[in-house]
Design a binder for this molecule. Structure first.
Ligand SMILES: [Zn+2]
Length: 241
């Protein structure tokens, strides 16, 4: 067993045995990993504080065949303001559950980890509506996984200008002419720009805008329909949203 250093965020934690904790951590180095924290439920154990969801930091661990054994943790962000607010915990738990469901053990999950971290920071800041945060997080997650709607050209003729409609069925936008023949819903310029921005922006710049009520509603309607058609997995935490 070799000692490794992992940078990551705790997605979930559960009790095992009398004194131990089992963690699922999304890491920069090894994708999603399972890690055991021996004695983490004994009072005064140095790992106690590190063994909760939302903890982000550096973990020293021994690498076993299928899992890791934590030896030390240095938490740099506990997301303390987030975990003290019930509504934020609900949406934050949804972010964690989605990341956990879609990430792969041993895979390259750097982008997903970065998206998760930035999304939790934006959520904790209180500067964004929860509806907008969920829309941004979901759409960017689809982009990371390579299955997302095309919002830069017409799905029928390929034209890049005059995009005025969105078709869930065709996975993307339509120009004015093609929209007359294909069923789609109207999309305003501001909603179109918003979707283009979310798809193409770097993760660091993702949470730099808010929307007016009307645009936010339209974006939500379009993404809800898309989610309903192509994202059949039901997340447990979604029931509380
Ligand atoms: Zn067209």
């Amino acid at each position: 067993m070799g000692l490794v250093t992992l940078t990551g965020l705790v997605l979930s934690a559960s009790d095992v045995g009398e004194f131990d904790r089992r963690l699922v951590i999304l890491t920069k180095e090894a994708g999603k990993v399972t890690a055991f924290a021996k004695g983490a439920r004994r009072p005064n154990n140095p790992l106690v504080a590190a063994c909760s969801p939302f903890c982000f930091g550096v973990f020293d661990a021994f690498e076993g065949r299928n899992s890791y054994h934590l030896s030390k943790a240095n938490i740099s962000n506990y997301f303390r303001d987030l975990v003290m607010d019930y509504d934020k915990v609900v949406l934050g738990s949804y972010f964690l559950e989605v990341a956990s469901f879609l990430s792969v053990e041993g895979g390259d999950e750097k982008l997903r980890l970065a998206l998760l971290y930035q999304s939790l920071k934006a959520l904790e800041s209180g500067k964004f509506s929860h509806r907008l945060l969920k829309n941004i997080y979901d759409l960017k997650t689809w982009v990371i996984d390579g299955e997302y709607p095309n919002v830069f050209s017409c799905m029928c003729c390929g034209k890049k200008e005059g995009l005025t409609a969105f078709s869930t069925k065709l996975h993307g936008t339509l120009c004015k002419t093609c929209a007359e023949m294909e069923a789609g819903v109207d999309i305003s310029t501001s909603t179109l720009y918003t979707m283009q921005f979310i798809v193409s922006s770097s993760i660091e710049k993702l949470y730099t805008f808010v929307l007016n009520g009307k645009t936010e509603e339209e974006l939500t309607r379009i993404l809800d329909a898309y989610r309903l058609n192509y994202r059949s997995h039901k997340y447990k935490s979604e029931e509380f949203l």
